[in-house]
Design a protein around this ligand. Structure first.
Ligand code: NDP
Length: 245
């Protein structure tokens, strides 16, 4: 399967959450297919090192998807330094698994603000740039955007929300912008490191240890989707580890 085509070389991709996991792997995959990159995350040291590594004019921009000002400044830098945005990958996210109780209030807010409102804010700010050319909007949803389970209520709500929002945008933005929703199952990244509820963290880590696929597996799928000819659109891609229930 080739991940390169006419659609690749020279297009500018903005990736949120590029400092680890799927975002970092996607940066490498898109750089390999000739894209120019803007790497966004809060951990500046990591994205600066990655920008140096991938080269081809890549820029690193410290930004928090829950802070609209930092995203507006990032969009202005991308316009000034790279000429605009062809591909926006809304990847930044957190998964704070736990049974739903009042104790989880802070975690609930953090997930909604980063996973759902964050993606909306970044998209709203970058939308004019995406519409300037033939843009691609890639939203990182999850299997949890289709299947809710005990312990993932709010995380699933953010990803179900992302799916509904994406489908409306697909119809609103066509044919100028392709909307591509990626729904991974378990992928070995730093995602489970941030879970604050010990039992849920332990269970997730055990499950991931047994069957998780790699961030590169997902990055290849993203690179494939955005390099298809403009006439076609891979709108929704569900990718599970083969052994995942
Ligand atoms: P990681 O924890 O490895 O990466 C998450 C990234 O999001 C980091 O780069 C982090 O950067 C960034 N991030 C988190 N909060 C913010 C914020 N407020 N502002 C800016 N950046 C932020 O996890 P993954 O790579 O696994 O996760 C990427 C996406 O994939 C998420 O949306 C996740 O829900 C989704 N996903 C992951 C699956 C998995 O099993 N791993 C399965 C299904 C979906 P920094 O901390 O430097 O800001």
């Amino acid at each position: 399967m080739s991940t390169t085509s006419d659609q690749g070389a020279g297009r500018v991709a903005v990736i949120t959450g590029a400092s680890s996991g799927i975002g970092e792997a996607t940066a490498r995959a898109l750089a390999a297919s000739g894209h120019r990159l803007a790497l966004l995350a809060r951990r500046g040291d990591r994205i600066r090192a990655l920008a140096d590594e991938v080269g081809n004019g890549a820029i690193a921009i410290e930004a928090d998807v829950t802070d609209r000002d930092s995203i507006s400044k990032a969009a202005a830098r991308v316009k000034a330094e790279l000429g605009g945005t062809d591909i926006l990958v809304n990847n930044a996210g957190i998964m704070l698994l736990a049974p739903f109780t009042a104790d989880g209030h802070d975690d609930h807010r953090r997930m909604i603000e980063a996973n759902l409102l964050g993606a909306m804010t970044v998209t709203e700010v970058f939308l004019d740039q995406l519409r300037d050319g033939s843009g691609d909007l890639v939203n990182l949803s999850s299997v949890a955007g289709r299947t809710a389970r005990p312990g993932n209520a709010v995380y699933a709500a953010t990803k179900w929300g992302l799916n509904g929002w994406s489908e409306a945008l697909r119809q609103e933005l066509q044919p100028d912008v392709r909307v591509i929703v990626i729904e991974p199952g378990a992928v070995a990244t730093e995602l489970t490191d941030h879970i604050t509820y010990p039992d849920a963290k332990h269970a997730a880590e055990q499950m991931y240890k047994q069957l998780a696929i790699t961030a590169d597996d997902i990055a290849e799928v993203i690179a494939f989707a955005v390099t298809r000819p403009q006439r076609m659109s891979l709108n929704e891609i569900l990718v599970r580890p083969t052994a995942q229930a």
